[in-house]
Design a protein around this ligand. Structure first.
Ligand code: 5GP
Length: 190
């Protein structure tokens, strides 16, 4: 998506070779018009997949997921980062390895919001090592729902997330794919 690539070039900050900051329009301050267009783009790509729910991981996935859900006219479900409640039979739970924070955290989903009949589109802001998406898919699959695919705003294609998910049979759609970056440059994948 050209619009997002231009915005990243203008306002994104490659902190180093691995981390891109997009705090001024995605992660901290949010550009609602751009977010809506990105949601519509992801929704358009997956429109024929019979999606019944859009799921995301709190918190930076919420803006793109909400806009995608709005465009598809389906509910959005937030997979919550919260400590495990031992033996809570109303919840599905799994552990995620966090790339940015270098810690583990628990992801939970109430059983009533995703069920076996659902076709779930997962949406997130970034795809890096694919740990968050893999854990989210694991969690959603506990409900026996179908995963329709993964839509992300930014994929860092030099990290292994895309391949990892493709190997599990997950279709990944990324609006911007970064091939390479460093302190003063960002190169997009053709
Ligand atoms: P993964 O599990 O794919 O390694 O990382 C996914 C999560 O880490 C995303 O949901 C995002 O919140 C965060 N993340 C990964 N790489 C970046 C990055 O370069 N910049 C920012 N702002 N967040 C990132």
């Amino acid at each position: 998506m050209k619009l997002l690539e231009e915005k990243i070039k203008q306002d994104g900050v490659a902190v180093n070779k691995h981390i891109l900051k997009v705090d001024s329009f995605i992660n901290h301050q949010v550009d609602p018009g751009l977010m809506q267009e990105m949601g519509q783009e992801i929704a358009g790509h997956f429109r024929e997949k019979g999606i019944t729910k859009v799921a995301t991981i709190e918190s930076s996935g919420i803006s793109p997921a909400l806009m995608t859900a709005l465009a598809l006219n389906v509910p959005m479900v937030i997979l919550k980062k919260q400590p495990s409640k031992i033996l809570n039979q109303d919840l599905y739970q799994t552990v995620v390895t966090s790339f940015t924070k270098e810690t583990n955290y628990e992801l939970t989903l109430s059983k009533k919001y995703i069920t076996a009949d659902d076709h779930v589109l997962l949406v997130d802001d970034f795809l890096a090592n694919g740990e968050a998406a893999t854990a989210a898919i694991r969690l959603i699959r506990m409900s026996h729902a179908t995963i329709a695919g993964l839509g992300v705003l930014i994929e860092k294609s030099f990290q292994p997330g895309h391949e990892k998910l493709a190997a599990q049979g997950i279709e990944v759609y990324a609006l911007a794919r970064i091939a390479k970056m460093g302190e003063n440059y960002i190169e997009f994948q053709e």
